[in-house]
Structures are given as structure tokens and as C-alpha cells.
Write a protein that binds this ligand. Structure first.
Ligand code: FAD
Length: 397
């Protein structure tokens, strides 16, 4: 007789129930399943344990003497890459979708955890286990909203699948790693994206309404390396809004509290990370964290072109000046924002230095947020690498 796993006795929470992490919940989906049994240990916002999990997953945690480790996490290779033939409708060139398709086609995995959108709302996330390339393509492009990807965990166990690829953002992946041993899998591959400033569906509407000239026709947006938000509309047109022209005072409370207290921008616990912010404009940024990540990247070598990562400029002054400006909710008039955008695009940080700029700006903001709203959590919740990053700047009280 086999004994039932203890978690099977646990009951998923109703969708309307208050979550264990309360307002810090990032809706990763764990609590929608009987794996809620492990929530106190697994939740990224109740029990930050990145260093310990890095040790388990990558064989070592970040080296705190190495600044690249502070910023980008454990890695064995890094590069800029783009698909020679981009996948139409993907967020960037579709490297994430291409890797997932190869893994399914070659039988390396039986299913892929990813997130499609609901039929009537392109931004409403619908997590699925994809079993065909068509399912994966239907999940391409960011759903810029909190997404309960882990809500399919029970389905994985019930399906009897043994080899799985999970695609997800940092908070989902931290919880997944914490319960990995309980899933009954023989092999789990994890393909992550960086993630920041996510929002609830209602928060997204406020962001679109406040920032875009035509909120209802936006199909895609990204905060890009040229210091502008790029909105792509249904008719194919692109709308550019400079970061410095965003209505900071109105948007301050739009981001989810979980994202305002997140220090895992670069998805520390994935085998392979595919983003954009450490790469030149138009290219994607790839961080290989371990051999499994390299194995995944090798599958698409013939579909991509690559170049070494580069770094240019000095971010430190720009970050230091932006800290009190953000804190006070300063918004520049549009002409000044555009001018500042032009200047900073010419002389501002590029490549890895742009990634450091973005990480520094978010970590200083988030450190202040946690310090002011959850002072009792500050010490345990902020990882040591993030404390070092924040320690480079002078912060207001
Ligand atoms: P595609 O081939 O289009 O595939 C995208 C994949 O992302 C799909 O498989 C889908 O399942 C998954 N996905 C979509 N939405 C979500 C979601 N909400 N939660 C979990 N998984 C999801 N990169 C940076 O370098 N800097 C950033 O600041 C940054 N912010 C991001 C914020 C969010 C909310 C998200 C979801 C991603 C962010 N990224 C960021 C990653 C980047 O935008 C691209 O997703 C990445 O480069 C992959 O592009 P692609 O064309 O290869 O992806």
C-alpha cells in the first residue's frame, strides 16, 4: 500500500479567500491547489529563500564578492541573441516559444506549463499545460498581469507526466522549486523570464488608461532599453511614451504590492533566463544558469544569431537622482521628458549597464517600500545580494 502524500489532504483555497501572504500575494497559483500545504515554506513573500534554493538547483548560491552575481545571479554564460526568423506576435523574437516547441517536438518533455489568454480578454491569463506546438504558440506574448501559473500543479500530478518544462516569472519559480520534490517528476526544466512591475487586471487597465492614447487597442507593451514604453496597437502602429513622462503620482499604487517587494527581477532559480534588458535594442538577453539551461539553449542554436554582451555608460548618478524624484511622484512636462529621453538615450547606460540601471532603480524603490510598509520583514525578506546593491545609494527615510 502506498501512503498518500500529506499535501493531498490539504484543500485548495477558494478563489475569493484571503491568501496566506495577504496583500503581498502575487497570485502564483500555488494556493489554488493542494500544494497550499507547503505555502509557508514555498511562498516567495512568506519565506524568501533564494540563496538556499540556488545551492540546490545550481550547486552554488551567488558569490557576494562578485558584482555580476549580485546583479544577474548564478550563471555560466550570458549573451545577446535573436531569432533569425522572429515568431510573429511573440513578445520579442520568440526564443522562449521556440525552445518550448523544440523540447516538445524532440520528446524531451511531455508537457509545458505556460500561460495563454482567456477568449474574451487578451490580457486575462489562462495557465495551461501545453502538449502541442500550437498550444505553445497560443501562449506567446506577455500577459502583463499576475498569473496563477502554478494552479495547474494538481493537473500535472494527476496526468502522470514525468518530464515537464515550466515557463514562468520569479515568484512562480521560487514556489515551484520549493515543491519540486513533491511533484513526482523525473525531470523538470525551468525556462524563466525576468519580471518587474506587474499588475492586477484592474491595475493594468489603470496603467493603460493613464498612459496610452488608445487603451482599448493595445495588444502588447514593453518598457524598452531606449527609456520609452512601446505600445503596439491592433492596427500595427507603435506608440512611444518616454519613461520620464509617466504620471508617476497617479501610477505609484498601480503596481502589485508583491512586485513592489520583489528582489528576484532576474529569475534566480530558472535553468535558463530569456529577457531583453542586458542586450542592445532589438536583441534578447540570455542567461544560462546551469547545464540544464545550456541543454535547452543548444536546441535552438541553428535558429538564432548571437553576440557577446556589452556594457557602456555609468548608471549611478541617474539612479541616485531618480530615487527622490520617484519618491515625491515628480512628473515632468512631456517636452522635458522627451528631451531628457533623447539625452539619456545618447549618453545613458547601455547593455549590461542598462540592466544594472533598471535593477538598481527597482531594488532601491522596493527596499523603501518594504522598509516603510513591512519593517518587520525587511531583514529576512531582502536577500543579501540586494542589500549590497541598495547599499550603494543614499536613500531617504
Ligand atoms: P514569447 O515567445 O512571446 O513567450 C512568452 C512566454 O511568457 C510564454 O511562454 C508565456 O507562457 C510566458 N508568460 C507570459 N506572461 C506571463 C506571466 N504573466 N507570467 C508568467 N509567464 C508568462 N524582461 C526584461 O529583460 N526586463 C523586464 O523588465 C521584463 N519585465 C517583464 C514583465 C513581465 C510581466 C513579463 C511576463 C516578462 C517580462 N520580461 C522582462 C521578459 C520579456 O518581456 C519577454 O517575455 C522575454 O524576453 C521573452 O520574449 P520571447 O519573445 O522569447 O517570448
Amino acid at each position: 500500500m502506498t501512503l498518500a502524500h500529506p499535501h493531498k489532504k490539504a484543500k485548495a483555497l477558494k478563489s475569493s479567500s484571503r491568501r496566506p501572504a495577504k496583500e503581498l500575494c502575487s497570485e502564483c497559483g500555488l494556493c489554488d491547489t493542494y500544494y497550499i500545504h507547503y505555502v509557508k515554506d514555498a511562498c516567495a513573500f512568506l519565506n524568501q529563500q533564494i540563496a538556499a534554493l540556488e545551492e540546490t538547483v545550481h550547486g552554488r548560491s551567488r558569490d557576494l564578492e562578485n558584482q555580476d552575481d549580485w546583479y544577474f545571479g548564478v550563471s555560466q554564460d550570458m549573451m545577446a541573441a535573436r531569432k533569425k526568423e522572429p515568431i510573429p506576435g511573440a513578445q520579442w523574437t520568440g526564443i522562449v516559444s521556440a525552445i518550448a516547441i523544440e523540447m516538445l517536438n524532440r520528446g524531451m518533455v511531455e508537457g509545458v506549463v505556460c500561460v495563454q489568454n482567456s477568449e474574451d480578454d487578451r490580457f486575462q491569463p489562462k495557465p495551461v499545460i501545453a502538449r502541442t506546438p500550437e498550444d505553445i504558440l497560443a501562449a506567446r506574448v506577455n500577459k502583463p498581469t499576475l498569473s496563477p501559473n502554478l494552479s495547474i500543479l494538481e493537473e500535472i500530478e494527476q496526468s502522470g507526466m514525468k518530464r515537464l518544462l515550466a515557463i514562468g516569472v520569479g515568484c512562480q519559480i521560487q514556489a515551484l522549486r520549493a515543491v519540486e520534490q513533491q511533484l513526482g517528476l523525473e525531470k523538470l526544466y525551468v525556462l524563466g523570464t525576468p519580471c518587474t512591475d506587474n499588475v492586477t487586471r484592474a491595475g493594468l487597465q489603470k496603467f493603460l488608461d493613464t498612459t496610452s492614447r488608445s487603451p482599448d487597442t493595445v495588444v502588447y507593451y514593453e518598457f524598452m532599453q531606449d527609456f520609452k514604453v512601446h505600445f503596439k496597437h491592433e492596427d500595427g502602429s507603435t506608440e512611444l511614451v518616454p519613461f520620464f513622462g509617466l504620471k508617476t503620482n497617479e501610477l505609484k499604487d498601480v503596481f502589485a504590492p508583491s512586485c513592489l517587494s520583489c528582489f528576484d527581477y532576474v529569475n534566480s532559480l530558472s535553468d535558463l533566463v530569456v529577457g531583453y534588458m542586458g542586450a542592445p535594442f532589438g536583441w534578447q538577453w540570455i542567461v544560462v544558469r546551469n547545464d540544464r539551461g545550456q541543454e535547452m539553449l543548444d536546441l535552438v542554436q541553428d535558429q538564432i544569431e548571437t553576440q557577446p554582451v556589452m556594457s557602456q555608460g555609468d548608471r549611478k548618478n541617474a539612479v541616485q537622482q531618480s530615487i527622490p524624484a520617484y519618491d515625491k511622484g515628480v512628473t515632468l512636462p512631456m517636452w522635458a521628458a522627451k528631451l531628457m529621453g533623447v539625452v539619456i538615450e545618447k549618453i545613458g547606460p547601455k547593455g549590461l549597464e542598462y540592466a544594472r540601471f533598471s535593477i538598481d532603480s527597482h531594488f532601491t524603490r522596493n527596499y523603501l517600500y518594504v522598509k516603510r510598509n513591512y519593517p518587520e520583514k525587511l531583514e529576512q525578506h531582502v536577500p543579501d545580494y540586494a542589500k549590497r546593491i541598495v547599499g550603494q545609494y543614499k536613500l531617504p527615510d
